[in-house]
Ligand binder design. Sequence first.
Ligand code: EZ4
Ligand code: CO
Length: 475
Amino acid sequence: MTDANRSKQESARRSFLKISAAASLAELLNWSGSSSAASHTGKWEGAETQAPQSSPALSPLAGLPPLKITEVRVIVTCPDRNYVLVKILTSEPGLYGVGDATLNGRELAVAEDLEKHIAPLLIGRDPEQIEDTWQYLYRGPYWRGGPVQMTALAGVDLALWDIKGKRAGMPVYQLLGGRTRIGAMAYTHASGKDFAEVEDVARKALARGFKCVRAQVAIPGLEGTYGTSGGQKKPEASAGRVANMASLPSTEIFEPAPYLRTVPRLFEHLRANLGDEVELLHDCHEKLDPIQAARLAHDLEPYHLFFLEDPLRPEYKESFRLIREHSTTPIAMGELFNSLWDCVPLIKEQWIDYIRCDLGHIGGITAARKVAILAELFQVRTAWHGPGDIGPPTHAANVHVDISIPNFGIQEMVFFPDVAREVIPGAPEFKDGYMNVGDSPGLGCDVNEEAARKYPYRRAYLPTARRKDGSVHDW
Ligand code: EZ4
Ligand code: CO
């Protein structure tokens, strides 16, 4: 036999083995993707020759009938803000899960990824296999990571945890190990055009029961300052409004000198007028250079912040060392991270005190558990990102994790407006300074698809930032 013939024969044998293995596994798992997949998009073909979607070693839960994913619905809706929801339906009538896959300003990229690339891979899989599905969706496409793919993966992950909880008849925090605390201590935002206005908004928050407040003030002489416009002045519905956002990006002006002068004076004012009990926080929003951040952290020491948030751009992990060398102000970082591995150097070097990645952008509960455990081992606490531009299922996931881990730190939160609560009911509740979830099985959130259709997507961008000389800066 020639070499060419031998290799032809070998490749024929391999594809025969592949096909027969696929057939027998499909039988074993009672899996057939074609009909249900077609019901999702009507376009997906080739299920007969697909490799099996589940690993052979994984069998259905003892005592429960096998379960399959039958449909994946991607719901894009704008009840005051754009949200992307993932609803995963199963072969058990009425059993479905709801996840959130919102990425502010890039919502449609995630929706397309979910609909066109991910949904066909999910049809026919066992929704109980959350870790296997996570690994398969993360490593399977070869092109791993990035905010779009990790947000899509988080949406799927949350929906699967929701299904598992509903099937077990337990809230997700029970599946994660059970309660470790009465609730998740929460902080809200206080912002204003000057110190007096920030103080006034902070007082309202304290009157409402908050014990922790993030303070941001407009910087004199600069047009627009991060965190000082938008919905934060209305504590009854602080999730912000797409109506306040431009359909093309607006531009804010940033200069480090007036910023670095003003922020310590703001906190001097707040400490003097609000006293020592309230916990104060500040968000730098990744705008500073290392030495600027070190100076600000140093200058804020007398006011004992709970933490200084996101001082540096997410690319520069090593630079956190410099801040540490100059200050005892606690440091938090992470809302722009979209990889588990982003968190590793900051945690293992103990350059930060709070890891605050976004469950919705780093891969959901499956990812957050790993970050929390790594952080626990290095005495770093959690402070998951909790803004208005991620949906209620992510806020619920935040709290399920917060109340079941030993090293929870603090939880950023928002109040959703009525219109968002109509479309996506079940966000965690705030009471006496704490966030909490109820005892309903799963994550506790739902999506009202009929209501969602009343509020179609509206294009909206986050603002951008420039220096006074016109050059691009980080918003
Ligand atoms: O600006 O999520 O701490 N919270 C924040 C947020 C972010 C938005 C960006 O989409 O920094 O308000
Ligand atoms: Co932030």
